[in-house]
Design a protein around this ligand. Sequence first.
Ligand code: CP
Length: 299
Amino acid sequence: MRRSLIDLDDLSAHEIEYLFERTTAFERKAPSRLLDGVACVNMFFEQSTRTYTSFNLAELRLGAQVVNLAPKDLSLATKGETVEDTVITLAAMGVQVLVVRHPEAGFPKRLAMAFDGHVVNAGDGAHAHPTQALLDIFTLREEFNELRGLTVAIVGDVLHSRVAHSTMLGLIGLGVDVVLVGPECFLPTGHAIAGARIERDLDAVLEHAHALILLRIQRERFETMPLTDAEYVASYRLDHARLSRLRPQTIVMHPGPYNRGMELDDSVLEFAGWRYARQVMHGVYVRMAVLDFLVNGQR
Ligand code: CP
């Protein structure tokens, strides 16, 4: 089986450090054609703006041959072909990289077991989103340099967030004090907390956190909203009053898409510490680093 990236624990701390060095290098100078002639197929079974576009740009900037397969184009959708037979077919055409997003947790892993090539998980259900975690951690590194000892609050619908899962996995491994903040119905329990602290009161963490990572409520992952929007907003929306209680150097991040009026109001978008655009920009370079690493190995 070739090297794939399904979740952040597929990478050692040393490899994450290497990926960040490469990300910085790609950000500083024009990319070379490190994936010249490498065929990459992007299969997105769920909507995406950021991840889809940035993987496309990363592949094109590295000189790859890029094919985008929408679910409606796949024979497995209507003609009974299995996932396993689909990827065997793609490998026979010389496809080396599959980037996959799917609503089902575990789907990219299934592909990786069958595919003679590299699979990159671009988000599977509520399970994992490793490249988003890498770009989030890279953004924190750019800001603070040393992450050990920082307090990072991940705020909102943590339970259904694959981003929260992967990002906290990475941050805890790097010695960050991770606080999961939200109403009880949106907080994980048991082993899923993975060494993070739990806090139900956002106002209790504002003066201590070095960074807040806000999350969208993942309404597509549950049937009934367990509290009213007004109740959520009253306790968890970051607004002007709450921003004024942050430490001077605190930054605010969001993986996107963000919902104005729910987890944040417009004052956050004008806040000096709002880092969303940096995150999105880093997404292209991080994904270039990941693709180069998987296909060409560590230099
Ligand atoms: N952050 C993120 O995964 O956004 P998209 O769903 O637009 O890719």
